[in-house]
Ligand binder design. Sequence first.
Ligand code: KG4
Ligand code: ZN
Length: 365
Amino acid sequence: MTKTLTFLGLESSCDDTAAAVVRHTPGDAPEILATVVAGQTDLHADFGGVVPEIAARAHTEKLDLCVEEALAASDLNLTDLDAIAVTAGPGLIGGVLAGVMCAKGLSAGSGLPLVGVNHLAGHALTPRLTDQATFPYLMLLVSGGHCQFLIAKGPEEFSRLGGTIDDAPGEAFDKTAKLLGLPQPGGPAVEAEARKGDEKQFRFPRPLLDRPGCDMSFSGLKTALLRERDRQVAEHGGLHQADRADLCAGFQAAVRDVLIEKSRRALAEYLSLSPEEPTLAVAGGVAANKALRSGLETLCGDLGVAFLAPPMHLCTDNAAMIAWAGMERFRLGAQDDMSLAARPRWPLDRTAPAMLGSGKKGAKA
Ligand code: KG4
Ligand code: ZN
């Protein structure tokens, strides 16, 4: 299908309500006409994680407002669109349902086609939206809710090389911040603190590096950190600022080392496919971490692999990636109808073994 397409995208699978409009003419770079994200961090702040019922209610309240805002910002009406794409899973089921119901209502009212999108495909196809990446490329998805290596071979063809078997790295950063009395979201706070510390002062484990493959585990790290924090408090009668900075630096170094070593293994597997333009792309909130980014850049430089990091607002949850992934599916002939189901779990790669983890932000796949 070679025609110019304009899609509305909706996203509500976790704690961001989002709507966006994306236009694309084959041969040109896609254009994001509008992207609106209404976060819910404040609503969940007192609970130490995302509360599914609160999230679902907030999505229901905000979805139509986000749609109106996105259409107004792109100066378009529903009738100017070609289809509506919506996240149909995986995620917190109440939120996914809110988005799917909203999209069905818009589709029924306007007569526009409906396209259900896998949220993970949205992340995984973002390098094509931002940089026109060519298949196959390797993707490291690393956020508060996800952590996996995917080889993207086509808009609907992904091979998962491995992922976390428990917490996602962002979750580990958030829990570490909580244990050390730092604000949420924990990633930026722990990173800032780590910059003042010495990563060699405390040596934390590098879980699963002794096992082959690309699976990872991050939940044991916070236990190790808790034990070290308590030892410091017992020895010194409190946690000194310098020790807190060293704990953050040691923790961040452990996460970085695991992700870099597993990336090296994932790259070896990916490069065995002899891709024409070898590329590693990252997405997810943890991709903002400078220690991780520079480690990945060095690794890619050493191996002659291009490194792609989309701008942060497109690395974190947004609806532009959903509009884009929906368009890629639609161009392949895919379309859904009113029977489109909201799915709490929806692995991208159905041949890979099931992921065990289901953290505070819902199912990992
Ligand atoms: O992709 P995202 O916005 O949301 C989902 O997880 O769905 O990612 C947020 C996560 C949080 O856990 C946050 O602590 C982490 O990304 N994060 C970071 C950094 N910035 C955000 N982790 C490490 N270093 C950072 N600079
Ligand atoms: Zn996400």
